[in-house]
Design a protein around this ligand. Structure first.
Ligand code: PXP
Length: 258
């Protein structure tokens, strides 16, 4: 039986465009509602420490005004933990964050920072928030994720998307192995970063991956054909690629929102 692949739509860059002018338009919450109608399974939003795109008010409204489960991307800081515990999103994805980076450039160094990360994972777990760790497909990071009690990992697909030719094949092979190892360790496996219509099919075909989080490309495509059409096309490409696999060994923590 094929495991349905969930699509989490990251709406950060709707807020980036809004913030360019400081007013309320375009509204990321409206984008979240539209994403639900277009077939997304969840909404992902990164509340960065510098609030360069998503704002505290957006997080509050996403919780109140949208039907899809919210995946809050957050740095492992006391401030973000307090916000997550107050809003209680469906899920929280811990990501590394540096102010000077343009986007989340690498995965978490879980192996090195396990003592720092462990209490964040356990506080979020205790609050019933599904915790994932954004990591490179590196066995050391996956082992450490298990050690500190994270139920889910999100594999960073950025290196795969940015590489070309044989280098891209190598990155894909690392992701395939990483996803298999994550399943062996009993981790639910997600993937995301940099995915487009062209790069998504091989990732959608990794049987152990059950959720993809995609943002920048979809919001960019929305400029040309609308958000509804961009999400529907991505959904169709993912589903078509997925249909060619059996997905039998995937570990799924929770079912897609209906
Ligand atoms: N997953 C994580 C953990 C991320 O940090 C991001 C970027 O915010 C994404 C997925 C989505 O990446 P993109 O916007 O490149 O599709």
């Amino acid at each position: 039986m094929t495991t349905r692949l969930r699509l989490g739509v990251n709406i950060d860059h709707v807020a980036t465009i809004r913030n360019a002018r400081g007013g309320p338009h375009p509204d990321p919450v409206r984008a979240a509602r539209l994403a639900a109608e277009a077939g997304a399974d969840g909404i992902t939003a990164h509340l960065r420490e510098d609030r360069r795109h998503i704002s505290d008010g957006d997080i509050e409204r996403l919780g109140q005004e949208t039907v899809l489960p919210l995946n809050l991307e957050m740095a492992a800081t006391a401030e973000m933990l307090e916000i997550a515990l107050r809003h209680r999103p469906h899920a929280a994805c811990l990501v590394p964050e540096r102010r000077e980076e343009r986007t989340t450039e690498g995965g978490l160094e879980v192996h090195r920072a396990q003592n720092v990360l462990r209490p964040f994972v356990s506080r979020l777990n205790d609050a019933g928030i599904r915790v994932s760790l954004f990591v490179a497909p590196d066995p050391h990071q996956l082992e450490a994720a298990v050690r500190i009690g994270a139920p889910v990992v999100e594999l960073h697909t950025g290196a795969y998307c940015h590489a070309e030719g044989a280098a891209r094949d190598e990155e894909l092979a690392r992701l395939v192995k990483g996803a298999a190892l994550a399943a062996e360790f009993g981790l639910e496996c997600h993937a995301g970063h940099g995915l487009s219509y062209d790069t998504v099919p091989p990732i959608a075909q990794i049987p152990n991956v059950v959720e993809l989080n995609i943002g920048h490309f979809l919001i960019g495509e929305a400029i040309f054909g609308g958000l509804d059409s961009a999400i529907k096309r991505m959904r169709a490409i993912m589903d078509q690629a997925r249909a060619a696999t059996d997905g039998g060994t995937a570990r799924v923590m929770d079912q897609p929102a209906s």
